[in-house]
Design a protein around this ligand. Structure first.
Ligand code: COI
Length: 354
């Protein structure tokens, strides 16, 4: 090597070392799909610059028709759009190595296909407080009939009839799933003084004194308010269906800020109609993709379940926005870019799913 270098002119050595440096320092390129220009784009630009990543921003959803936008990129940053086997096949053909979802949940990605095609999948982690606080707000809104009150005041109806609530702290709350979000709901609720029952596959010793772990059946039977905090999986599709609803108290308040597939929407509608469910708050719903985060103000909405549910006075429907705070958005962008960078450099990625 030394001999070889000695035969080269200094200018050649400089040129070669610059080429090597360029290769080593080659910026990775991330294609950002579904980028919200009003709140995410600036973070992508700033964090991309700080991490030395080239960011291509697109507002399109990833699909077989739009995936060509990621041509020449190392990674795609996505949100909740379904990433099917066909799309993964296409990403593989384009030599894309990383899918970085800027969401905690990753049930929208065909993980088996990603693994087969050697594509890494990375998710995001943001403070659970945003979702936890939103959940507690929905609980309080249900108990104090806030939806009807807000609608009435809009039309200058300041009457009280039908608005009587009940004391929140006296409600027994059932938390299904005590992962990061469920735990935070429990901790943040502790100031209210409610009795809290929990059911989870894995019990959290740190919650001792704040909640009592019970069986799923007991939680269904004894809770006045039931809140779901578990990721979607094949096993828990329609965890709440006609059968489980039948075991709940009459007038139960149901809150879902987790994933739409956890509830059998038809069964839930029937149980609102027959009065078994006293109030319901849904931040997520089955088949929400393609509807939530878009403006349908002058269009015919074809999702009949959303149409019906939002018409009930005791049902609050919000567009999958429990996560939506300034710090959560920044953390999501950071995790998807940093996760992509770590995977590209074959370094340990704390957000790696597979
Ligand atoms: C998640 O992070 O999993 C969420 O539910 C929020 C996302 C849809 C933006």
């Amino acid at each position: 090597m030394t001999l070889f270098v000695c035969h080269l002119k200094w200018s050649h050595i400089e040129k070669i070392s610059q080429e090597v440096k360029k290769l080593v320092e080659k910026k990775i390129k991330v294609c950002v799909f579904n980028c919200r220009m009003f709140d995410e784009a600036d973070y992508f630009t700033k964090i991309g610059d700080a991490l030395g990543i080239e960011v291509k921003i697109c507002s399109e959803s990833p699909s077989l028709e739009t995936i060509h936008l990621a041509e020449g990129c190392d990674s795609v940053s996505i949100v909740t759009t379904k990433i099917s086997r066909d799309l993964i096949k296409k990403l593989h053909a384009m030599n894309l190595k990383i899918i970085a979802t800027r969401t905690v949940g990753f049930d929208h990605i065909d993980l088996q296909a990603a693994e087969e095609y050697g594509i890494r999948v990375s998710n995001a982690a943001y403070a659970p407080d945003s979702v936890a606080d939103f959940t507690i707000m929905l609980m309080l809104m249900c108990v104090r009939k806030m939806k009807t009150m807000l609608e009435r005041t809009q039309i200058q109806d300041f009457s009280l009839e039908g608005l009587q609530g009940s004391i929140f702290s006296k409600k027994k709350i059932g938390i299904i799933g005590t992962g990061r979000i469920g735990q935070t709901v429990i901790r943040h609720l502790s100031g209210f003084g409610n009795e809290i029952l929990s059911y989870s596959l894995k019990e959290e010793p740190g919650l001792k004194g704040l909640t009592t772990y019970v069986s799923f059946e007991t939680l269904l039977k004894e809770s006045d308010i039931i809140s779901l905090h578990l990721p979607a999986s094949e096993e828990n599709v329609h965890l709440i269906d006609a059968e489980t609803l039948a075991k709940m108290k009459k007038g139960v308040i149901l809150i879902n800020t987790a994933r739409g597939t956890l509830l059998d929407t038809q069964a839930v509608i029937e149980n609102v109609e027959n009065g078994k469910i006293g109030a319901l708050a849904l931040d997520v719903i089955e088949n929400e993709t393609g509807i939530y985060y878009s403006d349908f103000i002058s269009q015919v909405l074809t999702n009949r379940e959303i149409l019906l549910l939002k018409s009930f006075p005791n049902v609050i429907v919000t567009p999958h926005m429990a996560f939506y705070t300034d710090s959560a958005v920044e953390e999501m962008v950071y995790a998807s870019l940093k996760g992509s960078l770590l995977e590209a450099k074959h370094e340990k990625n704390p957000w790696r799913i597979i």
